[in-house]
Design a binder for this molecule. Structure first.
Ligand code: NAI
Length: 333
């Protein structure tokens, strides 16, 4: 029987890339049944809720969500729906794999980095307080419980996937208590995994080293804010945001989404790259135990990425979303 999953079509390029990905999943015989909901700005304007109650209820039933990007107002307006979803369903582990693809030309050929970003606390708790007219405080929260589980997951992943090293990224030289505790916990847990090398780097240094010599990094684990920034950097090393997928995992729920946003600058032009959402869907298939289907899609994507006539302009292709989707489906067949 087909496995039911929930799908959120968001804003901007969200609906375009979601349609392409669902068509590809169907062509691959993924054996999925979709409960599809529109969420985000337009849904709010039309019906008064950013995420309709029925959409939340669907995710609570299926426990698996494929989500496309949602626009979040900058500096004002509602709180990020992404942050809300991660908190509400305790999706604490944000896993963002960036790997060089020989078909996409960048200065680097040896990037194979998996970022583990803590997803529920740090500055993203959104606690800001106006002290006076010219002063605002923002609260950074780091807890032992959240730090332990993301660090343990990073080491467990390294063992399960034959990885060599886990690097902890922090700013414990300045934030001695909060990042200092995260770093202490990292070293405590690393002792339980003697087969995996463990090291740590200060976040500013890590950014420089990533653009000079990314091949030295393997699995990386860090608090929320650094994970957000460093993973966008890793996407730049492999050809851009159109190529960076992610999973957001908790103990009960799982959400899969591209790392990029709603890309309002290209929305409606038919040129959005669906690869990041498609690879997120592959991570979802693997999570559901459908490894062979995921492998077939990944192989088709590798073949299509080598054909600039059909790929999208963000990776220097001469095609569009439609030509890319059709080519992937043709390779699957
Ligand atoms: P963005 O990721 O939407 O776009 C950054 C740049 O990358 C743009 O030039 C865009 O055209 C390009 N790009 C992104 N995805 C692409 C794709 N699939 N194909 C081709 N080019 C692509 O970041 P931006 O502009 O800072 O944010 C736009 C909105 O998205 C904001 O409201 C932001 O809050 C929201 N956002 C939502 C996320 C989510 O729902 N998970 C994540 C990040 C941002």
């Amino acid at each position: 029987m087909d496995r039911k999953i929930t799908v959120f079509k968001g804003d901007g390029i969200g609906p375009e890339i979601t349609d392409a990905v669902l068509e590809i999943l169907n062509a691959a015989g993924a054996g999925l049944k979709y409960e599809i909901y529109r969420v985000g700005n337009q849904e709010y304007l039309d019906n008064g809720a950013l995420i309709p109650d029925a959409a939340f209820a669907s995710f609570e039933r299926t426990k698996v969500l494929l989500k496309s990007p949602i626009t979040t107002p900058v500096g004002k307006g509602f709180r990020s729906l992404n942050v809300t979803l991660r908190e509400k369903y305790d999706l604490y582990a944000n896993i963002r794999p960036a790997r060089s693809n020989s078909a996409v030309k960048t200065p680097f050929t040896d990037v194979d980095i998996v970022v583990f970003r803590e997803n529920t606390e740090d500055l993203y708790v959104g606690k800001e307080e106006r002290i006076d007219e010219d002063t605002v405080w923002a609260t950074k929260i780091i807890t032992r419980k959240a730090s332990e589980r993301i660090i343990r997951d990073a080491f467990a992943y390294a063992v399960a996937h034959g990885r060599r090293t886990v690097t902890c990224v922090h700013k414990a030289n300045i934030l001695k208590m909060s990042d200092g505790m995260f770093l202490d916990i990292f070293h405590q847990i690393s002792a339980e995994y003697p087969q995996i090398a463990a090291n740590d780097r200060i976040v500013d240094n890590v950014c420089m080293q990533l653009v000079m010599n990314p091949g030295q990094f393997d699995v990386m684990v860090m608090p929320n804010l650094y994970g957000d920034i460093v993973s966008d950097l890793t996407s730049g090393l492999i050809g851009g945001l159109g190529l960076l997928p992610s999973s957001n995992l908790g103990s009960e729920y799982a959400m899969f989404e591209a790392v990029h946003g709603s890309a309002p600058d290209i929305a409606g032009k038919g040129i959005a790259n669906p690869t990041a959402l498609l690879w997120s869907a592959c991570m979802m298939l693997e999570y559901l135990g459908k490894d062979s289907c995921a492998a077939r899609i990944r192989k088709a994507v590798d073949e299509v990425l080598a054909d600039a006539a059909v790929t999208t302009p963000d990776i220097h292709g001469h095609g569009n979303t439609e030509s890319y989707k059709n080519a992937v489906i043709a390779h699957l067949v």
